[in-house]
Write a protein that binds this ligand. Sequence first.
Ligand SMILES: Cc1ncc(COP(=O)(O)O)c(C=O)c1O
Length: 456
Amino acid sequence: MSTIQLRTSIPGPRSQALMRRRNAAVPKAAYHATPVFVARAEGAVVEDVDGNRLIDFAGGIGCLNVGHRAPSVVEAVRRQLDRFLHTSFNVLAYESYVRLAERLNALTPGSFAKKTLFVNSGAEAVENAIKIARFYTRRPAIISFEDAFHGRTYMTMAVTSKTHPYKAGFEPFPGDVYRIPYAYCFRCSYSLEYPGCEVHCARHIEDTFKRVVSAESVAAVIVEPILGEGGFVTPPAEFYSILSEICHRHGILLIADEVQTGFCRAGATFACERFGLVPDLITMAKSLSGGLPLAAITGRAEIMDGPASGQLGGTFGGNPVACEAALAVLDLIESENLNARANHLGEMFRKRAAEWQRRWELVGDVRGLGAMQALELVHSRATREPADTETKEVAQFCYEHGLVTITAGSYGNVIRLLMPIVISDAQMDEALDVLEAALGAVAEKAVSCQPSVVST
Ligand SMILES: Cc1ncc(COP(=O)(O)O)c(C=O)c1O
């Protein structure tokens, strides 16, 4: 049976009936990439309530690097379910919280003393990192980047860039947040070309200190080592050495938001490692705990110890079931050598994508590190006009042929890969066959729709 078959049964009757109930009971703002309800999932494959099998290239938006229901994670969760579910670390402590903090302190970049705080979501991790940075430095301002995404709470919306759908209508946002261009070489804000540009974007922050906000007012620069929602934009190697030297010189903390990039996605346990970046604070969530809600802030001990007892925390932060799951995830990363696996998957994708780029003008940019790979689609490579409608069509074709993908980018024209890193080579090939067929169908339709030139 050909794998590239139209699934006429999607969404099936059960998914459709559930969607009607969902529409009546749940606000429309909680969006769906597909109209499908899931029944079960294993590894890189999801089965919906109508029995359709789908390969998962979304991984619960990057939360499932170790795969759906990784057996050792499920086992660790089961063991904890039989002991206790919740006490609040703020009331009755438990060892798994401390052990996980010790492991993250040792695992994150930097050989200095570190401490870790656990919270519930990526946004909450970013909120706390900013609280800690402001408290420690006694400075108010935060610098973030164009095309960044850091969450949906008020402070995280303030440091997020993309207006629709994340920010529009929710104004006003907390103040003292300043935004500078990211190292987005495919769409350079300064119209420069790498490497001739000498990574001007990293140095430009010195100008920001003169014209926008004084360096001595800035508590922290927050940056995703590789943009997530912003389209998997991957800075040149020198970007972070320049940026961190400037921050260090001005006493500004560097916060690396590894919520999406962390836990092997980029072919290293933390994407920072791919750039030799040693941040002062790191935020983590998503794949940390193999599918349970858990987030962390790890940082230099003296910075993390700035706020006094009771100034940080929350009822559920560092839930014991989620901590046990995360400890099992960290074991799996080592025992399965998931970083090597991520790099292998990245190579599989890059080989195919190079061919797609040769064949179709639509494929404007292929980029990423490890298994954090993406395609940016354009109408023409000369103009780089974003092909957002075509990107939606590619995602739709994929879903209708058994592959769940999600899009990204400020212009909505990026297809990003967030498959479980435990996906088999055969499943990866099957998924890439579907993606190739989708790109071919959309690219060829785009060409056939172009008006033919008529000479008069
Ligand atoms: C880099 C980054 N930071 C923060 C967040 C927010 O995480 P959460 O959705 O868990 O609040 C996300 C979510 O996609 C993210 O990609």
